[in-house]
Write a protein that binds this ligand. Sequence first.
Ligand SMILES: Nc1ncnc2c1ncn2[C@@H]1O[C@H](COP(=O)(O)OP(=O)(O)OP(=O)(O)O)[C@@H](O)[C@H]1O
Length: 228
Amino acid sequence: MILDINGLSFGWRKQPVFNQANLQLKKSGLYGLVAPNGSGKSTLLNLITNLLKPQSGTIKIMDAPNSTRQVFEQVAFLQDNSVLYPYLTGREHLIFVAQMHQLPIQAIQPVADELEMTDYLDRKTQKYSLGMKQRLLLAMALLVKRPLMLLDEPLNGLDPTSLQIVREALISTKEAGQTALISSHNLDELMRVTQDVFFIVDQHIEFYHLDAGDTAEARYNDLYVKKR
Ligand SMILES: Nc1ncnc2c1ncn2[C@@H]1O[C@H](COP(=O)(O)OP(=O)(O)OP(=O)(O)O)[C@@H](O)[C@H]1O
């Protein structure tokens, strides 16, 4: 099993976020993670990566508890752009990641080319637009070629051209046998890369395989909008 979450409960001091939630990811590929603002998408990714500890329940990555350090050799995590250093260039970020993971420096250029970042790779990230930062973050996650990628809103702030570039990059990770859990509010775009979507509903996680005629938007309206 790639990812196995069982009986997960977690809450902040005054606010429950998950109550006995389960998520099973058996087959490699691309999966969406969808829920309204504040429902727990980022919290879930932080729980999976052991940055937050559950109040109860277990989380296993590749059949090992996520408290074992070695499991993170299997995982790449794209967090929000607050993790970028404003005074370093994109290339310096990628060199830093490559060195940390003992990858050859030559591994950087193909990823930069794939995400069409070459024009701005040598500029400091403080000069980057949101879309440029998003592409750099994705490049940092793709560079390490981990079997499991946890991507927190990688589609946020992308123009149509960048969306297409990112879409193609995500699809090629799937073809390479990698797995990505992709949180997003961009339901149309998400549906272009996957029909398999986890929704956070009432502190639980529900899985839907969206067949023809069942769009993420229709499912979203069903799950959240009608209830308001
Ligand atoms: N550090 C924190 N302390 C207290 N409560 C928090 C903290 N971080 C998040 N929360 C609360 O936990 C809930 C889930 O937040 P989370 O950021 O996981 O949601 P999200 O689904 O990622 O939201 P968004 O779509 O807006 O990014 C929210 O109600 C939020 O207020």
